[in-house]
Design a protein around this ligand. Sequence first.
Ligand code: BEZ
Ligand code: FE
Length: 310
Amino acid sequence: MGQTQPRMSSSDSAVDGYDLTLTDKVIAATGPNAHPRLAEIMPSLVRHLHDFAREVNLTVDEWTVAIDLINECGRMSDDKRNETQLLCDILGLETLVDEITANMVADASANGSATPSAILGPFYRHDAPLLPNGSSIVKDLSPEVEWYETAVADSALITGRVLSSASPTEPIRNAIVDVWHSAPNGLYEQQDPDQPDMNLRGRFKTDDEGRFSFYCLRPVAYPIPDDGPAGKFLAMLDRHPYRPGHIHFVVSAPEHRTLTTQIFDDRDEYIQKDSVFAVKDELIVSFVPREGDPNGKWLLEYDFVLDTVA
Ligand code: BEZ
Ligand code: FE
């Protein structure tokens, strides 16, 4: 088999020694009682997979390396770390399926004005503490903390409303704003034994006007975990592992579609080069300086708009 075959499609007849009926045989092997969604999508997957292998002249040695990589991801994954998901993230696949899902939901809804979604990422924790509006998600900050100075300089107040996309937009009371972000050392609390449990996480319930408010820190860029196979793969591609500074949210309310999203700080040097491709223009925010409050030297006002359930 030559090393410089031209691209070929399985829809062509036999070309240059490839038995192109192989693809059709694999597709035809699916039985009549196959899971309906699998029966629908597998012909496309098999065709793309076979076309890819033929197009790049994939060798047994290369295929073995890929299998080893996927196996290593699986071996490394547990309930604290999902390396296979990380591999998908650096290939943009989680962002793509998030976008596809959001488009399908938007098509089904009456209104297209909802806040865009962004991927959940691997560091969400259920049951973050429910805190009163106006309180802080920064726990036990003292001068002994390694990143104390940065935390003081980057202390921020975030206020906003949760609105329903129903026209005209209406504030939603009792919506839950679930928020989490990493510390100035780039680590989420579950990655860092020096941070208190549930540091930089909280849930806030909106008031009668749909308002929420809390203190946090302006987010900083951090590398995705790159000490495993996904990181090795990034290095082989000559890529950096950084995500721009961002804050994660899950915003939920009865009769509305739950919104999973992130906001991105516009000061960040990685804003146009997120290693997992999650940045959307509508989610880029500008914190403004604030006087007279030592707990919040920056202010961000941001409203979330939720779609109603069709
Ligand atoms: C995160 O933002 O937390 C994240 C997202 C994808 C991969 C790794 C980390
Ligand atoms: Fe994150």
